[in-house]
Design a protein around this ligand. Sequence first.
Ligand code: ADP
Length: 311
Amino acid sequence: MVVKHVGGSQTQSTVSLRPQDLSSYFWQDHIKRLLDDAVRSAQKRQQPLGHILLSGPSGYGKTTLASLIASQLGAQFYSVTGYAISKPADIISLLTSLQPGDVLFIDEIHRIKPSIEELLYIAMEDFSLDVVMPEGWSMKIPLVPFTLIGATTNRDQLTEPLKNRFVYDCQFVPYSDTEKIAILTHYLALYGCRLVQDLIPELATYCISVPRVIHTFVIKVRDWMISYDIAELTPALWEECRQWMGVEKWWLMPLHQRYLAYLTTLWRPTWLKTLAMHLGVSEQTIERDIEPLLFHCGKIEKTPRGRICVG
Ligand code: ADP
């Protein structure tokens, strides 16, 4: 259930693609200003950093930032997702196994159950646990000071009492086009992809301003270049690579394109059920994997009579 990284040494294969130090992490300025000073203060005080809440869309860098903060502090990093903490015993065993100053990261923290959330209140505030025994009496268990970093893609689902217990409340905002280019340029250099310089803005039009998407995009470009022994990407070669990737402007993949093509030919509002039947996928796949990007690019809208194409 829990992934443990000691300091900055990251052991999980999925995590090794993340930036390994803060210098390769693209900060959002308002978060950097807040957390830089908070980390410095914790280091000077030699006491744990205040609890941090990171909220923002998936792929914006919440998990990466949390693990980099832990390594900056020289602290151990424990990572768990909210839905994996299914019973009070899970959180009790997690919290009682922490060492002083450890960072506990709970991803999708809005998914923890109310009974567990209540245990967290006192743990965060007083570094202790109030455990009610089956016989009805309660027992106080002392904890070592630790830092909780909670991440959520759905801030509205968090209760006020939980939100209030975080000292630093950091909300990610959309990455700008300039930041998109900077992140793209960074990953192209990191993976050794050489390309004629003025091709970067053109490549940028094929992905969206989400760091995880940009990173994945560059990995594919790298793979194509290596497989065809391409030393430098030119506009003509990029067109070949793009066709191999099956990507259109705005990071639209074949399923997005089929969805749009179908909606465009109809030119009337269409229900989710109809779209799912036509595309041969589940309604959940449409809602979870296809539509978020199309809403993000302003290509579709939801109306009371169904989905319509707008772009
Ligand atoms: P989240 O937890 O918000 O879903 P992650 O931290 O898992 O996002 O980020 C996904 C991937 O995107 C990371 O592995 C990293 O490669 C890249 N990434 C995310 N944010 C940044 C950033 N600010 N700077 C550089 N790379 C980033």
